[in-house]
Ligand binder design. Structure first.
Ligand code: UDP
Ligand code: MG
Length: 306
């Protein structure tokens, strides 16, 4: 049977970790097949790393990053150190119950899916956490054109090929559930339970959510660039149209009507403003392309694997 890897990013979760191991290990043993758990310490400043290291062993691997890189970079580091045919990502805070893992694996194997996402049933978070998620979900659906209901829940399963694809795209700021859809065709979603955070608090402030949203839009779409291009085109055409209207009016009503050429000046101005935006837009396209190339820099560095 295929090996399962569970990848968990950890950032200052000392209060949760003991309970995480207590619940996760029996579930994994219960699957009766090869497995590994890769925990990535994302530069924790509390006792998390020490706790993780005390559990490190044949099936529990601990990746120590050099500093805090953020959840998605940490998960990537975990992907790199994982070897299972099915890779499961999950949060350390026990909001995603580990007991759902067998169902996730079963859905993937029964339906031969490449990605299995999850929808949080009865989500236990504050309004301030849920509303930004709604926005992120709507935007992600539009950008990726994949109709999943819940993109934020990190309890997800990926096939090895999808993980390899993601690893090859060494992007600095990215959003894993969206990136995965660019390498997978057979995607589904199941409902899972959602619990209160076991201890500690959410690492996502409002500012961090805004920044995540921005990453999402700029790394998966060039809509802002295209927007500039199109508004430039529209402005230029409006300028030309306006010029035409003025010419006709001038011929029928005489020079006095056109305020001795002042209106014509406006038409010319509109045209050039439009053309300028257009030029910016085209330039933006190239800048966007260069940006995409530059993104190849390594998104994290591993200090040690325990
Ligand atoms: N996390 C991380 N690095 C960070 C922030 C978060 O590795 O900079 C981890 C964190 O330890 C947890 C997961 O990412 O395992 C999700 O974080 P959190 O529960 O705070 O987010 P939320 O549930 O509010 O989305
Ligand atoms: Mg959480």
């Amino acid at each position: 049977m295929d090996k399962i890897s569970v990848v968990i990013p950890v950032y200052n979760e000392e209060k949760v970790l003991p309970r995480l191991f207590e619940r996760l290990v029996p579930v994994m043993e219960g699957l009766k097949r090869p497995y590994e758990v890769v925990l990535v310490d994302d530069g924790s400043t509390d006792q998390s790393l020490a706790i993780l290291k005390s559990h490190a062993g044949e099936k529990i691997h601990v990746v120590e990053l050099t500093r805090n890189y953020g959840q998605h970079a940490a998960v990537f580091a975990g992907f790199e150190s994982s070897s299972g045919e099915i890779v499961i990502t999950m949060d350390a805070d026990l909001q995603n119950p580990p007991e759902e893992i067998p169902r996730l694996v079963q859905t993937m194997e029964d339906g031969n899916y490449e990605v299995v996402g999850t929808v949080r049933k009865g989500r236990k978070d504050s309004v301030f956490r849920i509303f930004p998620s709604k926005v992120i979900n709507a935007v992600t659906r539009r950008i990726t054109k994949v109709h999943l209901n819940d993109w934020g829940c990190m309890l997800r399963a990926y096939r090895r090929a999808v993980v390899e694809g993601m690893l090859k795209s060494q992007e600095h700021s990215t959003f894993i559930p969206a990136l995965a859809t660019t390498f997978a065709k057979d995607i589904t979603e199941i409902e899972v339970a959602h619990e209160e955070r076991f201890a500690g608090e959410s690492k996502y402030s409002f500012a961090k959510l805004v920044s995540l949203q921005f990453d999402l839009v700029t790394s998966f779409s060039d809509f802002p660039l295209k927007f500039m291009l199109y508004s430039g085109l529209i402005l230029a055409f409006l300028g030309i149209g306006f010029g035409g209207v003025l010419a006709v009016a001038r011929l029928s009503f005489g020079a006095a009507w056109a305020a001795e050429g002042v209106f014509t000046l406006f038409a010319v101005l509109f045209f050039f403003v439009g053309a300028q935006f257009l030029a910016f837009g085209v330039m933006g396209e190239y800048v966007g392309r260069i940006y995409r190339e530059v993104k190849k820099r390594p998104p994290y560095t591993i200090r040690r694997i325990h």
